[in-house]
Design a protein around this ligand. Sequence first.
Ligand code: SF4
Length: 888
Amino acid sequence: MGEAANRPIKTACPYCGVGCGVLATSDGQGGAAISGDPSHPANYGRLCSKGAALGETLDLDGRLLWPTINGARAGWPETTKLIADKFTEAVARYGPDSVAFYVSGQLLTEDYYVANKLMKGFIGSGNIDTNSRLCMASSVAGHKRAFGADTVPGVYEDLELADLIVLVGSNLAWCHPVLHQRITAAKEARPHMRVVNIDPRRTATSDLADIELQLSPGSDVALFNGLLRQIDAEDALDEAYVSSHVEDISETIAAANVDTIERTAEITELAPELLKAFYRLWIDCEKVVTIYSQGVNQSSAGTDKVNAIINCHLATGRIGRPGMGPFSVTGQPNAMGGREVGGLANMLAAHLDIDNASHRAEVQTFWRSPTICSTPGLKAVDLFKACGDGRVKALWIMSTNPAVSLPEADSVAAAIRNCPFVVVSDIVAETDTTALADVLLPATGWGEKDGTVTNSERRISRQRAFLSSPGETRPDWRIICDVAAAMGWHDAFNYDSPAAIFREHAALSKVAERLGLDFDISAYAEISNTGYDALQPFHWPANAANRVATHGYRFFQDGGFFTKTRRGRMVPVSYRPPARVTSQRYPLRLNTGRVRDHWHTMTRTAKAARLSSHMAEPYVEIHPADAKRSKIDPATLVTVESPFGAIVARALITDRTPEGLVFCPMHWTNQWSSKGRVDAVLESVTDPISGQPESKAAPIRLSPFEPAWHGFAVARREFRPATAYWARAKAGAGWRAEMAGAQTPEDWIAYAQELFNAPAATPISVFDRKRGLARIALLEEERVIAALYSANNLVEIARSHVIGALNTNAPAAAILAARPGAEAPDPGATVCACFDVGVNTILTAISEQNLTDVEAIGSALRAGSNCGSCRPELRALLARATYKVAAE
Ligand code: SF4
């Protein structure tokens, strides 16, 4: 489309599964102003820091703008033909299972639909899996076991209507910030509302909790079996609901009764009194919603954990009614849409089953396809193993970065390299995965493409284009359809728009509904192109009987499950510890997760300097006792190592992670850090039912990383260090890097000129050889363009001040001093990304202006008054200041 300047376009955020509505106003020059859509029911105008910074991620730096074959620019016709020929050839020689697609929750539903149709209905293999396998597969498997279909029973409104919110394995404040904001607002409006936070770590979400349960990693099944036992012991079952709508309750309670409260306390490492307090609260509050996400799913017992939670809701009939129910929140913007079209290797389309012959026949008839896969395909971990051992001959990766995000990431990279023919569709030219491809395909990105996404509450929203497609980029659906046509299936993939694909998707859902499944959007099977353009966010199901499903449709209040018996199924589950035990050699466990301001492998969020300012390098949270044992000092560099790989990260010593458990963020790649790919450390052990890898409990060890020197560098132009350790990020109008080298350079000035690619720049330097300090500023046309600070130990300078000084053209002497004067205090590390307010500024204001709440901080400094993502951190700073005053 052309760019319509100054007219706000309603679209949806491309990051997490909250699915916030966004208003994007193009500036007509490739950029856009971004704000929350006040009319969108997911967020009512709110955005978090990531969503609010979307406008800063739209530039074309680093974009993949044309197809390439073996690194050389190529045209679309020859590239499309090459892919079609290679896939056709592999299928002809080795069979359909010799090819595979690995797709993504970032794809739009229409992209996903045609990819799945091509692989399962025309190539005839189940070998299409998605990065949602790493995120949600255990929830899908748990839903199917309990409900007979992958159904999320409730809606977001339930989070505000509940009297008790139980958060399990979910740092909502950082990972689903707008839901966190909605719950915070509801709690303020209804002070009797209670929140229980269940997580081995204390996180930003703990701030909201009335009860905090820091259970031992992986012990959720024991905790919820204990709850079920207590429900039974107190006769708190909903007998009427259970007798009419639930099965297998006796076996399930019997399985829970194997343990006692003492045994539960032993497994969970929680005091019996704390367990009893939680159970009391849960049983006494009828309106309870249990929210769970990756802390539950990313486990070798993930599916059992999901069912342990659902069991309690089924036994009490607390499901499908306002303010009640189990609630899985998805990580990705379109994980749900992918599930709806069969993007997982073990599902067909429209929530139908590959294992069911009549489902297969119906879908094949609907698609008028020459074949249909008859068995599930390879799930993500196995799919890449099959690339490594030669079974997969042609692989197409779309919109995801498995060389970073899968466990045993180094082996995955080697497996991709081993596959004879690899295609990668992406918007970014340089990723760890594009580096391994034979063919690169330039896809259109957010803001440039049209389609739909489904959020965590089953709400389908439009993503709308408001920018032109740059270069030769094309939407994924079109790229896939062109390849399908070149493989000989032109008629079946002859769509002229995403609206045409959506119509077919909606029509297929009618088949699913007829076969007794939940997913039904048949009300839209004949939607016009104009209607599609104007489509408002809606919940499914949306059919002739339930046409206006725009608000609050809930499943299972009156039963109506999708199992053969139409009853909800309680599933007997027993506690299993994490798959791998710790040992003397690997005595600690590694937990991984997200940070507040970055998304996945940072291909987009790293473009926004203000998002990187919150966390500028990979870090590892370590309990003080573990740090002491491993001889690790605060802020030093640490090697985190398992038998499968190692990373180097900055030590953050804190008791918010318990003894024995360390935490590392998942985002850093080879583009942003020398050794920050945390998935390289994880072993690919998976849940036996869902195939989802365990990412929260890997046995590891820590050791100090001891370089010869440490450095910090800032520059106006992009630079990429080549030291033993580095982590770089955008900063202000330029770039920053933390560095550490194995050998001290003999000539620091020459080193700096090479680092910043400025051989003719004029150096100004300060050396203190006794203390091992070197500081060099490089000038071009009398302006500082870069500065390097090195030290034998840590570089103790005010980084925010240095970045600000470079941005404001401060003189070289001031930049080299690297310490703020009284007239320009050091703001400290950024807390509020929206208004760039640092921790020192906030603490000073709290103390000098006697600020006592977050609103007062907002009035004084604006911090926390926009997206609200930093409000938990502001509360923590207030608590710290109050504690300090009390202690004094
Ligand atoms: Fe986007 Fe933030 Fe909303 Fe998630 S919570 S959809 S990241 S704005």
